[in-house]
Design a protein around this ligand. Structure first.
Ligand code: G3D
Ligand code: MG
Length: 171
């Protein structure tokens, strides 16, 4: 089996569910938790797929704007990203382009990402705040894919990370 080691980062506006997705993904699985004092936190998880073992360190950033000096350290060596917005707040979708630009500027132009619309469980009550087809088109134009998740119910969370790992293994 081939073995890979990947640094993955979770990016996107505040309160879209980045930390919740990270915890949902590693729950009940092998993981190590590290608390760093200056606004960045990561968890480790190993996944197996397609005859490969991928050892992931998944970095989560909090209070990004307060810690601009941490950006290099956060982005440095990142090999993939989940770019997350909140399906119930269209403003967070509008900010995605800016996050993608920053990601490419700091991590590199050809690093794969998956676009995530999170909080799918709330959409039924609150209704769509963005056009799903628009998000899909945007992702495809950026050589990516779009997945809707719920960190609350767990819907598609594993799938989102696995799709990203696939893209990192076969760029
Ligand atoms: P962030 O890390 O991107 O800043 P968090 O976001 O993971 O801290 O989540 C922000 C808030 O959204 C949290 O609520 C969290 O429970 C909620 N949340 C995250 N993901 C989901 C989801 O998929 N569905 C629902 N219904 N809520 C979600 P609080 O109340 O703690 O601020
Ligand atoms: Mg967070």
């Amino acid at each position: 089996m081939s073995e890979f080691v990947f640094k993955v980062i979770l990016i996107g506006p505040g309160a879209v569910g980045k930390t919740s997705l990270l915890h949902r993904f590693v729950q009940n699985k092998f993981s190590e938790r590290y608390e760093l004092t200056i606004g960045v936190d990561f968890l480790a998880k190993t996944v197996e797929l397609d005859q490969c073992v991928a050892r992931l360190t998944i970095w989560d950033i909090g209070g990004q704007d307060r810690f601009k000096f941490m950006r290099n350290r956060f982005y440095d060596g990142a090999m993939g990203a989940l770019l997350v917005f909140d399906l119930t707040r269209s403003q967070t979708y509008k900010e995605i382009r800016k996050w993608l630009e920053e990601f490419r500027q700091f991590a590199g132009n050809n690093i794969p990402f998956v676009l995530i619309g999170n909080k799918a469980d709330l959409v039924e009550d609150i209704g769509e705040s963005i056009e799903k087809s628009d998000a899909k088109k945007f992702a495809e134009n950026e050589r990516s894919i779009y997945i809707e998740t719920s960190a609350k119910t767990g819907e598609n969370v594993e799938d989102a990370f696995i799709q990203l790992v696939r893209k990192m293994i076969n760029p």
